[in-house]
Design a protein around this ligand. Structure first.
Ligand code: NAD
Ligand code: UD1
Length: 378
């Protein structure tokens, strides 16, 4: 492997891509960021580069769906990280064409260009998502390991939140989700991400160009878009608390996710680029530790020194799963990845950044209204 490579990061002006760019530049790689500076992420007046982007990174403004814009940057790359996407799970349920165009046709465009002219690209790394699993894995006392589907509307209407065994209806224990769990994506975003992952891997196998699909769990850290009402829950809660408003918790707040610090995700990306051991595979990237949404809200309030109590709405967001956290043994075995940042330590970095932000809009109320108006929160 060449010591210094030309690395293209699509969606590289965003949260994860910009952190990866910094880490790659520090190890001598030349980084090109390809990004349309989507207004929902970068603000409505986003005409220039985000202030957090280091000057040494080349930023090419373009749309992932446009071959004329993407082709020239692809042709001068050795490695491609494909991160450009629309990322709001709830929003994907009513902006179906927009999400499918960016997330699915976007990768189709990239793969078509690589097929027509592979240039010097030696590896493609795709940002997949734990959302493609649907519900996580569970253990039933009578039936063993089970994979329940989305909870029925009738069950949710009675605020009975926990999934039941699909065979004997017993109460279940959530367990770590591994990569072999059958995929039951429950939102348009998740279906897009599953398609995108499978398209990259099928293309890679056909053309013999190594690819890795990294299934990211819930990433948190500095640079997570705060003005975007459809950003991740840790950023949303931070924005609310900063405005003295309570985090709005769906269900009873006991639903569990796997919160992984962005620096650990960057580390996993670098390992997938540098080592060949995970080529043509899918890998979970998480912390391996389940945390409830209520725990996250309380920890953030503590870090921000806020006395505001979270508001448990007992409402349900369409497409949400109850529990999903990562089994990270495969990425540990193949790439030697082990998470380094404990949630309690990583939160400080998020909160320090949130506290420095000016003009943080609290658009969450409007986003919640949009979902409610369409019957997507009940
Ligand atoms: P982000 O919104 O911060 O970054 C995405 C970037 O893509 C933005 O800079 C945006 O401007 C750009 N973009 C959007 N539409 C585009 C288009 N049509 N053409 C070119 N660029 C476009 O999101 P992120 O959190 O950094 O996510 C990065 C990737 O990781 C995404 O593919 C996302 O689906 C995936 N992912 C993220 C998480 C998470 O918790 N953040 C978890 C799982 C998977
Ligand atoms: C997030 C990412 C998605 C990624 C997935 C992988 C964003 C916008 N979405 O989706 O791109 O693929 O992780 O793990 O970054 N919740 C509340 N109140 C809120 C918002 C959310 O209680 O105001 C709850 C939700 O109901 C859910 C949990 O928090 O139970 C996580 O929600 P969210 O941060 O949107 O994450 P995902 O839907 O998992």
């Amino acid at each position: 492997m060449a010591a210094s490579e030309r690395v293209l990061i699509t969606g590289g002006a965003g949260f994860v891509g910009s952190h990866l760019a910094d880490a790659l530049a520090e190890t001598g790689h030349r980084v090109v960021l390809f990004d349309n500076l989507e207004p929902q992420v970068h603000g409505p007046a986003s005409t220039g580069r985000p202030a957090y982007l280091r000057p040494e990174h080349e930023l090419v403004r373009g749309d992932i769906r446009d071959p004329a814009e993407l082709g020239p940057v692809l042709r001068r790359s050795d490695v491609v990280f494909h991160f450009a996407a629309m990322v709001g799970v709830g929003q994907s349920m009513y902006q179906i064409r927009r999400y499918t165009e960016v997330n699915t046709l976007g990768v189709a465009n990239l793969l078509q260009l690589l097929t027509d002219d592979p240039g010097g690209v030696r590896k493609v790394i795709a940002a997949s998502s734990m959302s493609i699993y649907g519900e996580g894995a569970y253990d039933c006392p009578a039936c063993g390991r089970v994979y329940p589907r989305l909870r029925a509307p009738k069950q949710l209407a009675s605020h009975d939140w926990e999934p039941r065994c699909p065979t004997c209806h017993a109460a279940l224990m959530p367990g770590p989700t591994d990569e072999d769990k059958p995929l039951f994506p429950t939102s348009i975003y998740a279906i897009n991400k599953r398609d995108h992952e499978e398209m990259v891997l099928a293309w890679a196998a056909a053309y013999g160009v190594p690819a890795v699909a990294l299934r990211f769990f819930n990433i948190y850290g500095s640079r997570q878009a705060l003005s975007n009402p459809y950003t991740g829950v840790a950023a949303i809660f931070s924005g609310r608390l900063l405005h003295g408003q309570p985090p709005l918790i769906f269900e009873d707040g006991q639903q569990m996710r796997d919160f992984v610090h962005v620096s650990d995700v960057v580390h996993a990306c670098r390992l997938a680029m540098e080592k060949a051991d995970a080529d043509y595979q899918v890998l979970n990237v998480g912390s391996g530790r389940p945390l409830s949404v209520l725990q996250v809200a309380r920890a953030l309030a503590r870090e921000l020194g806020s006395e505001v109590e979270p508001e448990v709405t007992e409402k349900f967001r369409a497409g949400d799963v109850r529990h999903c956290f990562a089994d990270i043994r495969r990425i540990g075995d193949l790439l030697g990845y082990h998470p380094r940042v404990q949630f309690e330590d990583g939160l400080g970095e998020l909160v320090a950044w949130v506290s420095q932000q000016q003009n943080v809009e609290d658009s969450v109320t409007e986003a919640t209204r949009q979902l409610a108006a369409r019957g997507l929160t009940r």
